[in-house]
Design a protein around this ligand. Structure first.
Ligand code: ATP
Length: 871
């Protein structure tokens, strides 16, 4: 039998690679994909359909219904028992379908937020979805990446990874490319391996993939893990609590009704049935599942608009967001950097004037190309890498200098990778026999670390006059909203490992400024957010002057606003910050720790804060914010892992759209709750009234079951998918402390319930006078069902249907139509009408039912029209 790939040793994988130094060919990769299946970051076993189906029977309501079925059986109503069981089954099937639908939509969201990987295929570096990675692939890792498969390190540049998903240990682990002795491996030393699910926190490495999917260490753990369960959102939890309390109250009321019935000398079984019917009518068992469905459907809609929600909780909080802290580069701007002006040897020149005959300018270009990783393909007009570096490489392209040639002439021997905290990046090369460190980075940082400046006459001391001259040039460029990058060099005595201490005593070479225009849609989005009571704050690693200029163009920075730098922020106490917070609209040269301070300061003011981030170190701030937002295109996997929302297009406007959708979803959930509870209220009032007045039972348990099954599913979901209204941005953000079931909602539930109950009881009395208990019950049942179906239109929004538009929510029309058909089937189909104990009715009585069922909706709509007018 052929030996499986996974049975081979890591060494064999490496041997395999010896024959394919440029990585797998596309054909080989496709073959392996077929053989080993798609790679996945394992996350535990899923529940089976049968398990989910049986879980539907854990409900309190089901227990009550079982009692009802039993009571029916004992009291000789075998048909009712059959119906109850049939309905229970149907209910469980519907619940199972809903569960898998919600899960499917969450799965597809998960797939969208799945990481990608940089692999070498046929010698070409390409970015592929992590699912396509196969054993034998050569994967390049850098800070911020998620390791998507197990692998042996081939080349290591100070790689540090966080393996907490495997070991629980959040300290970074240093790695090596060395061969490790078998004895050490046996002792658990796996320093030359990386594992799926870990996060790269520092450095770079090239890795040969040895295992994917379930054949990784994480896969093995996941296979042992219990099922992963989506945790309930705060809203679901509070609604669950509410449902439990309500159920307790209802059971007490049922006990009272039961006692009352016995006191009126009703037979015990009938009295029990009465109490059970009340419980069935009153318990809002669909509440939590409707919330899940509406949230899940909401996330689907948001995903279509490029906002990928990773956590259902985020949808609720989104609607309450009142402050959006946004990165500048790439989110508010296009992140398309184009070189503009260059400063070298005391002269400011336009980028096309760059001249290789000038020594300083030539060195500037050399340093820019060697201390960057970006590559461009001029023929195809494409580029890979950090846009700031792409701009530098473009400078070379324009005068015919290929970055690849420079880089192969002077290979990179060591490097200190860029990080937003240091705002510097350094690489070591041997230039004409001299080990030389090239550094590029933020001008303020680099200028402070320079002692000399390169001129046409060689390096001269960086006098205060020179510093002043350079700073003035920087100010001039920054005021135009340009990003300014400084370049410097330093000669070292020998080639040796670098430390951060090496980044000092530089010779300053010059400046490259680049333009990154604002996104055109950002201006409108900032204005929209403002109208909706949401404040936008710019937080950037860029220079204060550049940042303020761009913020002004976008409408974030207005007269009287302040811009504060990270250093100034450090000098402020929390008290000072709290005092000035409302005035500060730009934070520049900030580090990720500052972001946490800003989030906390706004949270102290009771605001719900959304914070964007893309780097490795942004993860804590993303977690501290109420809504952590990561960038789908340029963001690191670490930031995506920490965020609760990912922007597929890195666009600020998408956040504002998501806030609007979040508000819409919250309103829809509120409306669905209104629909469910006011309908239940009507049922309770009817049963309670009949009990107090000593009348026969208005509904048989099967009636209430039917009503519950019918109205708790389709119409409730239809209310939940009401399209977001334009007016949502005219309201202020909701108060996050206010419970969803506030006084005004409770009042509406009570009032709507009372009106529907009045119509139902009128039908009941008419039936009682005309033909006795059976007819009364049939008329009450039909009226309540139809009235609740009509009521679906009332709950679509605060406004009248005329204002909302009858056809703007097609789902509500479809749900109404399906409900009416089912009701007609129960009333008119001989088999069903027998099961549902339907009495014969005249045409006049049918007409009366329709009229009575419509009256509450007519009254509610008239009331809404009057309110619309008043507004
Ligand atoms: P944002 O607005 O998203 O915070 P930013 O790009 O302005 O983004 P950082 O990426 O943290 O913020 O960059 C901070 C500063 O570091 C920049 O203003 C620039 O001077 C410098 N810088 C940016 N990219 C590089 C790089 N690749 N190498 C060296 N320095 C860089």
């Amino acid at each position: 039998m052929e030996q499986s790939y996974f049975d081979k040793t890591v060494h064999q994988t490496l041997e395999d690679l010896d024959s394919r130094p440029g990585g797998l060919s596309d054909a080989q990769a496709a073959q392996r994909l077929e053989r080993y299946g798609k790679n996945a970051l394992a996350d535990g076993k899923k529940k089976t359909g049968v398990q989910v189906f049986f879980e539907q029977f854990k409900d309190l309501l089901v227990v009550i219904l079982m009692v009802a079925a039993l009571v029916s059986l004992v009291s000789g109503e075998g048909e009712s028992t059959v119906v109850i069981f049939a309905v229970l089954l149907l209910n469980a099937v519907l619940g199972t379908v809903q569960h898998f639908k919600a899960e499917k939509s969450l799965e597809s969201l998960k797939a969208m937020s799945a990481p990608s990987a940089k692999v070498l295929r046929d010698g070409v570096r390409t970015v592929i979805p992590s699912a396509q990675v196969v054993p034998g692939d050569i994967v390049e890792l850098e800070a911020g990446d998620m390791v998507v498969a197990d692998g042996r390190i081939l080349e290591n540049f100070s790689l540090k990874v966080n393996e907490s998903s495997l070991t629980g240990e959040s300290e970074g682990v240093e790695k090596t490319a060395d061969v490790i002795e078998a004895v050490q491996v046996a002792l658990g030393d796996q320093k030359n391996m990386v594992f799926s699910g870990s996060l790269v926190t520092y450095g770079r490495a090239t890795v040969a993939v040895t295992g994917t999917g379930m054949h990784t260490e994480l896969g093995k753990v996941a296979a042992l893990m219990n099922q992963t369960q989506q945790r309930k959102t705060p809203l679901q939890e509070s609604l669950d609590q509410f449902s439990k309390k309500l159920a307790a109250v209802i059971l007490c009321v049922c006990a009272v009704v039961f006692a009352l019935s016995l006191w009126r000398a009703m037979p015990v079984l009938d009295a029990l049935m009465f109490a059970v019917a009340l419980a069935v009518a009153a318990i809002p068992e669909a509440l939590s599942s409707i919330v899940t469905i509406v949230l899940a459907l909401g996330t689907q809609k948001m995903a279509k608009q490029n906002a990928i929600i990773k956590d259902l909780k985020a949808v609720e909080s989104l609607g309450a967001v009142s402050v959006i802290c946004s990165d500048k580069t790439g989110t508010l701007t296009q992140n398309k950097m184009t070189p503009q002006k260059i400063y070298a040897d005391g002269a400011l020149l336009a980028e096309p004037e760059l001249n290789l005959a000038n020594d300083v300018q030539r060195l500037l270009l050399k340093a820019a190309l060697l201390a960057s990783d970006a590559t461009t393909d001029e023929e195809r007009g494409t580029s890979i890498g950090d846009p700031t570096e792409v701009a530098l490489v473009m400078m070379g392209d324009r005068i015919g200098v290929d970055e690849g040639v420079y880089r192969s002439q002077h290979p990179r021997l060591r490097e200190l990778a860029f990080d937003s905290d240091r705002k510097l990046m350094s690489t070591l090369h041997v230039i004409e026999g001299v080990p030389t460190l090239y550094t590029k980075g933020a001008i303020d940082v680099l200028l402070d670390r320079s002692t000399h400046v390169l001129t046409g006459a060689g390096a001269v001391p960086l006098t205060p006059e020179w510093k002043e001259r350079i700073s003035r040039t920087n100010m001039e460029l920054s005021l135009e909203g340009l990003r300014v990058l400084a370049l410097a060099y330093k000669e070292l005595p020998e080639v040796r490992d670098l430390t951060l201490d090496d980044e000092r005593d530089f010779t300053f070479i010059g400046l490259v400024s680049m333009i990154d225009p604002p996104r055109p849609e950002a201006v409108q989005a900032v204005a929209d957010a403002k109208r909706g009571g949401v404040r936008t704050i710019m937080i950037t690693g860029d220079h204060k002057v550049t940042a303020s200029a761009i913020a002004r163009q976008i409408g974030i920075f207005r007269e009287g606003d302040e811009a504060v730098s990270g250093v100034e922020l450090d000098g402020m106490s929390d008290h000072d910050l709290d005092e000035r917070l409302e005035h500060i609209s730009v934070y520049a040269r900030v580090s990720p720790e500052h972001k946490i301070r800003i989030v906390k300061a706004w949270q102290r003011k009771g605001k719900i804060v959304s914070m964007t981030g893309d780097g490795v170190n942004d993860a804590p701030a993303l977690k501290a914010a109420d809504i952590g937002v990561a960038m789908g295109i340029t963001g690191t996997e670490v930031s995506k892992d920490a965020a609760s929302m990912i922007l597929a297009d890195d666009n600020f406007a998408t956040i504002v759209k998501a806030v609007v959708n979040g508000r819409g979803v919250y309103t829809n959930i509120k409306n669905a709750i209104n629909f469910l509870l006011s309908g239940n209220m009507a049922g309770i009032l009817c049963v309670f009234l009949a009990s107090v007045l000593g009348l026969p039972m208005p509904f048989a348990p099967v009636h209430l079951l039917f009503i519950n099954l019918l109205t708790d599913s389709l119409p409730a979901i239809a209310v939940g998918v009401e399209p977001a209204r334009k007016g949502l941005l005219d309201q202020k953000p909701r108060n996050p402390k206010e419970p969803i079931l506030n006084k005004s909602l409770m009042l509406r539930i009570l009032a709507f319930g009372a009106v529907i109950a009045a119509a139902t009881m009128t039908a009941f009395f008419v039936g009682l006078n005309a033909g006795g208990a059976a007819l009364a019950s049939t008329m009450a049942f039909a009226t309540l069902t139809l009235a609740r179906l009509f009521h679906g239109f009332n709950c679509r929004g605060r406004e009248s249907v005329f204002r909302l538009g009858l056809t703007t929510n097609r789902a509500s029309l479809a749900a109404f139509g399906a409900g009416v058909l089912l009701l007609a089937a129960v009333l008119f189909l001989p088999g069903l009408s027998g099961l549902f104990q339907v009495a014969h009715m005249t045409a006049g009585q049918y007409g009366l039912i329709v009229l009575l069922a419509f009256l509450p909706t007519a009254a509610i709509q008239i009331y809404k029209v009057l309110c619309d007018r008043r507004k």
